[in-house]
Design a protein around this ligand. Structure first.
Ligand code: GLU
Length: 395
């Protein structure tokens, strides 16, 4: 059977694959502990569930406007003002079926074949692939652990060419948990404004910053007109399965993306839109408890990982991932098994310790693996004990 060049070139999502593998093993009765899933283990708060039930009871079960209901857009506008200090109107908002869908809308609307889009590495697995689907080329700018994954003007300028059309920015970062500071964000804005580039600012972990502060790129001087802010209900409200994401941009770009979405998918799910509106309007009382738990889990994980010989882990400032450097284990062996790279370690941890992690190569950082701490403290303690035991067997 033959498929398009487009689909043949597309890489499967490593994060989704790891999550699916963990579910499959769990269904087969394997006592698996998953550090793969980038989704909160908390339940969607009751007040949001009630909002969905009310929407159903009131019959909000039909198509909505393709780019989202006016009332949800208004609650997004209010949220962006209240929490991010950004001024938007409802005609600048597009509501989509999750942040990933928002990214797809952006790439399909802004980039063409022959264009280049800069991606800061390490990067979330989906960025290169959505850029690829638009026909544009991906250009990577490496950030390094020793600089806390910050970025300078010079690093970016080395990769800007006449073909460059945009930069994808993700702070707090999936997978590193790094939070870009004011200086890095200013450098990005300077390069973008100086070269007429679009800024795609994925801020989906914005409320999960534990050290430092989250700054919205669109709030920087000169950035507003060129920035598309991407947000999701998934992480901060524990609504991964509801599939609601949104963008804030210029009205012109929002209208173009709305046109695309109107042909690609009638509209986002009506019930989930009503529930999201309730989520954004009412007090998210659970968030501070969740943050406290995430901080405890993060600290425990970083300490435990750093106690393992050959493993080094920075304290991430945000999101819910740790991204240890595991290259110190390369070359080690047990029986027939040799750990030559991140993939070997991932497989060894699955076979030997029954834990899932995501190999760093999927994020452009093959000396690392990613572990999510959006899972219970009990699971974290057991899983890391198994990780440590497996590492101790290597010589
Ligand atoms: N964003 C999460 C992750 O990186 C969920 C999976 C996905 O959408 O890639 O694990």
């Amino acid at each position: 059977m033959s498929f398009t060049k487009r689909i043949n070139a597309l890489q499967p999502s490593a994060t989704m694959a790891v999550m699916e593998a963990a579910t499959r093993l769990h269904e087969q009765g394997v006592d698996i502990i998953s550090f793969g899933a980038g989704e909160p283990d908390f339940d969607t708060p009751d007040y949001i569930i009630s909002g969905a039930k009310k929407a159903l009871a009131e019959g909000h079960t039909r198509y909505t406007a393709a780019s989202g209901t006016k009332s949800l857009k208004q609650s997004i506008v209010d949220k962006l003002k209240r929490e991010n200090g950004l001024d938007y109107q409802t005609n600048q908002i597009v509501v989509s079926n999750g942040g990933k869908h928002s990214l797809f809308n952006i790439m399909m609307t802004l980039f063409d074949e022959g264009d280049e889009v800069i991606i800061l590495s390490p990067y979330w697995v989906t960025y290169p692939e959505v850029v690829k689907l638009s026909g544009a080329d991906q250009v990577y700018v490496e950030t390094s652990e020793k600089d806390g994954f910050q970025i300078s003007r010079e690093q970016l300028l080395q990769k800007v060419s006449k073909k460059t059309k945009g930069i994808i920015v993700n702070t707090p970062s999936n997978p590193s948990g790094g939070v870009l500071n004011r200086e890095s964000l200013k450098a990005i804005v300077d390069v973008a404004t100086g070269n007429d580039l679009w800024l795609i600012s994925d801020e989906c972990y914005e409320a999960l910053v534990y050290d430092g502060e989250h700054l919205s790129l669109a709030g920087f001087e000169g950035a507003y007109e060129k920035t598309v802010t991407v947000q999701t209900m998934s992480k901060v409200y524990a609504m991964t399965g509801w599939r609601i994401g949104y963008t804030a941009s210029t009205a012109e770009l929002a209208s173009a993306m709305g046109k695309f979405q109107g042909q690609a998918t009638g509209c986002p799910n009506s019930i989930a839109q009503f529930a999201s509106e309730v989520a954004l309007r009412e007090d998210h009382a659970e968030l501070s408890n969740w943050r406290t738990q995430f901080i405890e889990r993060r600290n425990y994980m970083v300490q435990s990982l750093n106690e393992m010989p050959g493993v080094k882990c920075l304290l991430p400032e945000g999101a819910f991932y740790v991204f240890p450097k595991i290259s110190g284990l390369f070359g080690k062996k047990v029986g027939d098994v040799e750990i030559k790279n991140d993939m070997d370690l991932t497989k060894y941890l699955l076979d030997e310790a029954h834990i899932t992690v995501v190999p760093g190569a999927a994020f452009g950082a093959p000396e690392h693996v990613r572990l999510s701490y959006a899972t219970s403290m009990d699971a974290i303690k057991t899983g890391l004990r198994r990780f440590a035991d497996a590492v101790a067997k290597l010589n």
